[in-house]
Design a protein around this ligand. Structure first.
Ligand SMILES: C[S@@+](CC[C@H](N)C(=O)[O-])C[C@H]1O[C@@H](n2cnc3c(N)ncnc32)[C@H](O)[C@@H]1O
Length: 402
């Protein structure tokens, strides 16, 4: 059971109306106006910091900034960045910060974390800094089953965070953490499942047990009100796995350049999701794109899905390439082909490696991708088994390696 008592010495309601000022409660993050990237000028994002090279703590869904205002005051050795999707709320957080000009290690940005996380991380890396800590605290629960897609913690967000931490020149430092909390057990459990499913992170607690205390000396606004009502808070802490724990895969096989190109590719796919390319090109059906093209040897592969707007069918594609250094390079030509062909909802579902041994008539699907997360290897293997030319191959998959 989590602690019921306030575990944090500070939970703020401050003189500038932090906790009393009212805003519209919930928005739909999937609405088209929230799919537009807001972080377009990377240098602008780090300009407010006196020393942009200090390690960053990124708080996703910071609301009015109460938590970060206090954290920034207490930890001048760190930079703090709050991401908030509701523009008026982010503006209010900025106003509160402006009243504290001594806080030169804090900034708030109005953006959808799910859309802008790659740009945010890139801005930090390009400033020669790093993401040392992430917190996602009391995110909107979106209870209804059909609204669960609106939850902020997605496999894409998690793999972007991991790739961003690892892309630092010289690799991660080893102290990187992600702190998650919610007053709704199901919401915390679901966030936890998504982080645990990503090969990059390790849960500090065993399954079924929870972190007892807030690792920080400050409570968020929401946490304050939950604790005041003597209600439980569910918490967990994840750490980035080290190179050894990753089975040799923890070395930097990603870079700032790769991250930048992957972010561009993801934006293209997001646009295809909105059906924009369909309108622009006036394309329909989108002819015969091969389901499976894989090359001899152990190569990076991606699993991609796309919808044919004519039939409304969702299709899956498997590609591996011997020439690709990054998964993004495998995905790019396929994504372009699908979009050009008029497909919509083009999505890279994940990646890994495929070892094709034609002499032995064997295929093994395994590993993961830094930029896109781990693909569902079972699905890829099933596709390969059905593909022309592979009917008599022994196709297996596992979740090992990278
Ligand atoms: C319930 S509030 C919790 C705020 C704060 N973390 C706390 O504990 O007091 C969740 C916040 O996340 C914001 N939010 C929801 N989805 C978001 C997204 N995709 N990107 C950025 N912020 C988001 C909401 O607007 C809201 O301010």
């Amino acid at each position: 059971m989590p602690l019921r008592l306030p575990s944090s010495p500070f939970h703020a309601s401050s003189a500038d109306g932090g906790s009393s000022k009212r805003f519209r409660q919930h928005i739909n993050p999937l609405a088209s106006q929230f799919q537009v990237p807001k972080v377009t000028d990377l240098r602008k994002l780090v300009q407010p910091y006196a020393d942009p090279k200090l390690p960053f703590h990124v708080d996703v869904g910071c609301a009015k900034g109460t938590f970060l205002l206090e954290m920034a005051a207490r930890h001048p050795e760190r930079n703090f960045l709050g991401l908030e999707i509701r523009p008026l709320v982010a503006e209010f957080a900025l106003e509160r910060k402006a009243k504290r000009p001594h806080l030169t290690n804090l900034h708030f940005v109005a953006c959808n974390a799910n859309v802008d996380i790659d740009q945010v991380v890139l801005a930090i890396l390009e400033a020669e800094s790093r993401v040392a800590a992430v917190s996602i605290l009391f995110p909107d629960p979106h209870f209804k089953k059909q609204h669960k897609k609106r939850r902020v913690v997605t496999p894409e967000l998690v793999s972007s965070l991991a790739a961003g931490i690892r892309a630092r020149e010289g690799g991660p430092v080893g102290d990187e953490t992600v702190y998650l909390a919610s007053d709704i057990q199901d919401v915390l459990d679901e966030m936890r499942e998504v982080f645990a499913a990503d090969a990059n992170f390790r849960d500090d607690e065993e399954e079924g047990s929870y972190l007892e205390k807030n690792p920080y000396p400050v409570a968020t606004e929401r946490e304050g009100s939950v604790l005041d009502q003597d209600l439980p808070v569910w918490r967990s802490l994840f750490r980035l796995k080290g190179a050894e724990e990753m089975g040799g895969g923890g070395g930097a096989t990603t870079s700032i350049e790769d991250l930048r190109a992957a972010a561009e590719l993801k934006q293209k796919m997001r646009e295809s999701e909105q059906g924009r390319f369909l309108k622009e090109k006036g394309a329909g059906g989108g002819g015969g794109v091969d389901g499976v093209i894989i090359e001899e040897g152990a190569n990076k592969y991606v699993l991609v899905s796309a919808r044919d707007p004519a039939s409304q069918n969702m299709q899956i594609f498997v590609r591996s390439s011997a020439a690709a250094a990054y998964h993004r390079e495998v995905a790019e030509p396929l994504v372009a082909e699908l979009i050009e062909g008029g497909r919509v909802n083009v999505k890279v579902l994940g990646g890994g490696r495929i070892n094709v041994d034609t002499a032995e008539k064997k295929v093994v699907v395994y590993g993961f991708s830094y930029a896109f997360g781990k693909a569902d290897h079972r699905k890829a293997a099933a596709m390969i088994r059905r593909a022309e030319g592979f009917e008599d191959f022994d196709v297996t998959w596992n979740d090992e390696g990278y």
